[in-house]
Design a protein around this ligand. Structure first.
Ligand code: GDP
Length: 444
């Protein structure tokens, strides 16, 4: 749901990439770009201001200035702050009350309330192994009651029937009794959609809330309405003690302004996001992961930490010195690097942490990860010392010999040599930047 934000912010990150120390002016410039990106994503102004203020203070502080890869640190700061403004950790549903735990759903008409009741029932049933009953207190639209009945059937929730002639409170009281008798763990109550903030309707849901004392009162709101979603939720929150928000239709929202605004504006966490029309289109909302996705950086930071911790520092230093002196990166060096990769458990563990690469189909990943590394090492081991130092010697007949010796095909040998050429080219480019430059290359 954050595609547009991601796009803009990656432009900002790109411009900082590979820079040495940052100056106050290019930090300010980057912060300005972040601000524009947030405004364009329809994040509410007070949220943008608070975010920018915090990002600026941290970015201009020691943290970034003293760092060797300031662009990266800035990314981390922005990511941390985005996560924080959305609540950091996922907010669980509270079901720790004597059964049945009542969940009251509120929201504007068309927000996706009834659909969400069914999705939530499925979630609680499948993920938390609860017996779930649903009931509709929407006495204004008989069709809404039928819609819920159909959906309940689809997700395997118990449906408690109600009639348009009944009072909402009476319906819910009867449902609670039935839930108790039949040992349902959770009762989810759908309510009438309010088309706007209508006093009579508000009074009704307030009375309903007081009568049934739900442990969770969730406000369902359409993500496509951007920062208005947060404002509507705030109004509801002033009348009803909400415990959380469900943001629907995030699959159609490229901006994410609602997701970023709700928590700050309402003080209530987003507990779930709707990600599709089907009953399984509901995800627990994880602010930290969402923030990570906004910057589309996967887990680059921990990747860098991991690489730094596991690289054989002596060898890395020697290689850096060698490259810095303009000496040729040869197949011995490549073998060293491959061995280090192997020590890290192949690339696959690392690749999953990368945003783009992590998404690749498994068979593509296999080509470049784990299983390839030992084969590549075998190929290099079958070369003579001289060939490793001077790969240009490897003509057709030598390649064929290496293939036989390593039990691989000539195509495998060619692949290794091709990868070698790419690495060699990259090393040449790094020149005096040495290993540190390469780390920076890795870490963006
Ligand atoms: P209610 O009036 O608030 O009860 O809204 P409904 O549950 O009837 O939903 C209104 C429309 O929004 C329906 O067409 C749903 O299929 C659709 N909808 C609800 N949630 C989502 C979602 O997360 N993604 C998408 N794409 N559509 C949704």
């Amino acid at each position: 749901m954050f595609e547009s934000l991601t796009q803009r912010l990656s432009g900002t990150v790109e411009r900082l990439r590979g820079r040495g120390r940052l100056t106050e002016s290019n930090i300010s410039e980057a912060v300005r770009e972040v601000r524009i990106a947030l405004l364009e994503a329809d994040v509410a102004l007070p949220v943008v201001q608070a975010l920018i203020q915090r990002i600026k203070v941290r970015a201009l502080g020691q943290e970034v200035m003293r760092s060797l890869s300031p662009g990266q640190v800035l990314v981390k700061i922005v990511r941390d702050e985005l996560a924080l403004v959305m609540g950091s950790q996922a907010a669980e549903l509270n079901l720790n009350v004597p059964a049945p735990a009542v969940i009251l759903m509120a929201g504007l008409q068309g927000a996706g309330k009834t659909t969400t009741v069914a999705k939530l029932a499925k979630h609680l049933k499948d993920k938390r192994k609860k017996k779930v009953m649903v009931v509709s207190a929407d006495v204004y639209r008989p069709a809404a009651i039928e819609q819920l009945q159909t959906l309940a059937g689809q997700v395997g929730a118990v449906f408690f029937p109600s009639q348009a002639s009944q009072k909402p409170e009476a319906i819910v009281r009867a449902a609670i009794d039935e839930a108790r008798k039949t040992f349902a763990d959770v009762l989810i109550v759908d309510t009438a959609g309010r088309t706007s903030i209508d006093d009579a309707m508000m009074a009704e849901i307030k009375a309903l809330h007081a009568a049934v004392n739900p442990v969770e009162t969730l406000f369902v709101v359409d993500s496509m309405t951007g920062q208005d979603a947060a404002v509507t939720a705030k109004h509801f929150g002033e009348a009803l003690p909400l415990t959380g928000v469900v943001l629907t239709k995030t699959d159609g929202d490229a901006r994410g302004g609602a997701a970023l605004s709700v928590r700050y504006i309402t003080g209530k966490p987003i507990k779930f996001v709707g990600v599709g029309e089907k009953p399984d289109g509901l995800d627990v909302f994880h602010p930290d992961r969402a923030a990570g996705r906004i910057l589309d950086m996967g887990d680059v930071l921990s990747l860098v930490e991991q690489v730094e911790a596991q690289v054989d520092q002596d060898k890395a230093k020697k290689l850096a010195e060698k490259v810095a002196k303009g000496k040729k990166f040869d197949l011995n060096d490549m073998r060293d690097q491959l061995e280090q990769m192997q020590n890290m458990g192949g690339l696959s563990g690392l690749m999953d942490k990368l945003p783009g690469v992590g998404q690749l189909p498994e068979h593509v990943k296999q080509q470049v990860t784990g299983k390839e590394v030992p084969r590549m090492i075998a190929v290099i081991n079958s070369m003579t010392k001289k060939e490793r130092r001077n790969p240009d010697l490897l003509n057709g007949s030598r390649r064929a010999r290496v293939a036989r010796g390593s039990g691989q095909t000539p195509a495998d040998v060619n692949k290794v040599l091709k990868q070698y050429q790419q690495m060699e080219k990259m090393m040449g480019k790094l020149g005096r930047g040495g290993m540190k430059g390469m780390m920076r290359g890795l870490s963006g």
